[in-house]
Design a protein around this ligand. Structure first.
Ligand code: PRX
Length: 632
């Protein structure tokens, strides 16, 4: 399904064709899928409104392409292999036939409780096969899934449920992560107490079977619901542009926004990019360590691999449990061929010592992937040397929740690789660098803001319930371009290196976080008057969270800092907890009252020689105090 590029000549030829005639190129790719009714037009777009439509008039169902289509040849091939939290627990695998049956049962179960096409279903679950089954079951019946990472707090979950106006939440009782057992259903109960008025039912998958609170009015046991269902469910016939899912992600202002992806374009592009970036071959075992709560899990654990008929692995636990060799033990045990992880995990494992990977047979690895944040040179070389033994090309893949699929990446064994460079655009992707005014920065050896010129099939369609926001964030700054929010440089060979965000978004352990969100959370503390949050370089996490806080009537001690962290945990979740807190009597502001984050960033990063001109500040004296009390 879809083309697999096999040589540098083919890449160049495909790229050229995809740019000269994008519609023809994507028509060819889309033809490989099953459509109930063929599409009448390939693409209609206008970046001003914005309005982007792909494969117009086409009718399909993504699960038919993920599952049913493979049954003739792959019914007994493993679709999903699940590795549990602890190494001595049993491996669960599902063949394509078994996956089909489970997805159909779940789809019928959802229908039985009244879920219909277009309804929103929120998932708040650990990495268990039932999460993939549930997501696909939604797609089967045309319900819109919105997976919320199970590390978010009750408040953050409630915010997302409310925004999506979801009818159903699907969760587990508990979540096993390393040595911890996290009470998931309790968080859902708390979210329901906060708001979630649209929710009629909570389906609970008994993961550990431990005692939980139960409400007969709303709660339904997953096993009870599934038990009585038929393993056949006619797929809902979906229009190409019907909603497939909403995934919330952070921006520079306000609450997280619901990025909307639709069926047809997302299907074509995730399959295409998966096959090409990972060079997946029949019989390979592919493992992406991401969580399905993020876009990487959606596109490259569930949809991309299944569309391509691959065997995709899911892992419930953490990289360091029971020890720092776990990832490598899993690679050896399942003879993993393509391994895809985040730089933060590589750095954390690298810090545990080179002996860990040395204990395992990693000879099956053919391709190593990196995603989510810039990979530093040291981590790149370690990954290459200790994991790939110099023989498995590293694909540093740059993309975003909004792009739906990988945009920039080397093609392993086909294009060259260079540490820290995501390198080359996939066919159909037209990246450009611009200056602050939107002027193109052409030629090589230049730096600029990364934008994309032409639409691609899996791009964001809207932000749920607020199209204006989609327009203003991505399409208003520069005319006729999608603005990524990232800064990048192009080297002398035309390879692109993505440097990082140029807006008020930080990337902590590969998790995207809006500084405004963290500030709003900190400000919930009754003794906090104002706060400002910036990122600073962190050895393992990539970026750490540095908070400057103005307070009143309280002793500035460790206990207060703990309270602030607790508020952030409650409002967002542990991933947003500040690494450093500095109490201050003021923040540097412009005469119009805007916080000068640039100065705070320099102080947090200890780059005092780069503070620039501070004389125009409303309160230049505060800078001295901030420097003096800097939290080292
Ligand atoms: O800043 C870029 C960074 O992650 C952002 C997107 O985050 P999210 O939507 O959560 O998606 C992450 C997984 C696709 C981007 O704007 N980013 C992602 N991949 C890379 C990267 N930065 C540098 N190199 C990468 N390979």
């Amino acid at each position: 399904m879809t083309t697999q590029i096999k040589s540098i000549e083919e890449y160049k030829e495909h790229y050229q064709r995809s740019i000269e005639n994008p519609e023809k190129y994507w028509e060819e790719q889309a033809r490989h899928f099953y459509w109930y009714e063929p599409f009448e037009r390939v693409c209609e777009w206008n970046f001003t409104e914005p309005s982007v439509k792909w494969f117009l008039g086409g009718k399909t169902n993504i699960t038919v392409n993920c599952i049913d289509r493979h049954l003739a040849t792959k019914a007994n091939q493993k679709a999903i292999i699940w590795e549990a939290n602890m190494p001595d627990e049993e491996v669960v695998s599902l063949t394509y036939q078994e996956l089909h049956d489970e997805v159909c049962k779940c789809a019928n179960g959802l229908k039985e409780i009244g879920v219909q096409k277009g309804d929103r279903v929120v998932f708040y679950m650990p990495m268990v096969p039932e999460l993939a089954i549930g997501v696909l079951a939604c797609a089967r019946i045309g319900a819109v899934h919105s997976v919320v990472f199970a590390g978010f707090s009750a408040q953050a979950l409630a915010d997302r449920v409310d925004d999506a106006q979801a009818n159903v939440i699907i969760c587990s009782d508990f979540n096993n992560r390393g040595m911890k057992c996290i009470p998931v259903k309790q968080v859902v109960d708390d979210a329901m107490d906060i708001s979630c008025n649209s929710v009629k039912n909570v389906i609970v998958y008994r993961n550990t079977g431990e005692e939980i609170n139960w409400s007969d009015d709303t709660d339904i046991d997953w096993a009870d619901l599934m038990e009585k269902q038929e393993p056949i469910c006619e797929p809902e016939i979906m229009d190409s542009e019907d909603l497939l899912f909403i995934l919330y992600t952070s921006g520079s202002t306000g609450k997280p926004k619901g990025v909307v992806h639709t069926v047809g374009g997302y299907m074509v592009y995730t399959c295409y990019s998966f096959k090409n970036v990972f060079q997946y071959k029949e019989g390979d075992v592919y493992w992406c360590t991401a969580d399905i709560g993020w876009i990487t899990g959606h596109s490259y654990i569930v949809y991309g691999p299944l569309l391509a008929g691959a065997t995709t692995m899911m892992y419930e636990g953490v990289p360091t449990c029971p020890d720092a060799g776990r990832f490598w033990a899993i690679c050896e045990k399942h003879r993993v061929n393509q391994f895809y992880t985040a730089p933060t995990a590589i750095r954390a494992l690298m810090a545990q010592g080179n002996e860990w990977p040395g204990k395992y047979d990693l000879s099956s690895l053919k391709v190593l992937g990196s995603v989510g944040e810039p990979i530093n040179e040291e981590a790149w070389h370690w990954y290459d040397q200790y994991i790939g033994k110099g023989k498995a090309p590293i694909v540093d893949t740059w993309w975003q929740t909004e792009t739906g699929g990988i945009m920039l990446s080397p093609l392993p064994g086909i294009t060259d690789t260079k540490p820290t460079y995501a390198s080359y655009p996939l066919p159909g992707i037209q990246p450009v660098l611009v200056d602050n005014e939107g002027n193109l920065k052409e030629g090589n050896n230049v730096e600029g803001l990364l934008c994309i010129k032409h639409p691609w099939p899996s791009m964001i369609r809207t932000t749920y319930g607020d199209h204006e926001r989609c327009k203003s964030v991505y399409f208003s700054l520069f005319k006729n371009m999608y603005f990524t929010g990232d800064g990048a440089r192009r080297d002398d060979q035309g390879r692109i290196r993505v440097i990082g965000r140029v807006d008020d978004v930080i990337n902590v352990s590969g998790h995207r976080m809006g500084t405004a969100e963290v500030e709003n959370a900190i400000n919930e503390h009754p003794n906090v008057i104002e706060s400002a949050v910036v990122g600073y370089p962190h050895d393992i996490k990539g970026q750490g969270i540095y908070a400057f806080v103005i307070t009143q009537d309280k002793e500035l001690d460790l206990e207060f800092k703990d309270e602030i962290c607790a508020v952030v945990r409650k409002e967002i979740g542990p991933i947003a907890k500040p690494d450093k807190i500095q109490f201050t009597s003021g923040l540097p502001k412009t005469r119009s009252g805007k916080i000068m984050r640039r100065i705070l960033r320099k102080i947090a990063c200890n780059e005092m020689d780069q503070l620039g001109d501070i004389s125009t500040l409303l309160n230049p004296d505060i800078v001295k105090e901030l420097i003096q009390n800097r939290n080292k």
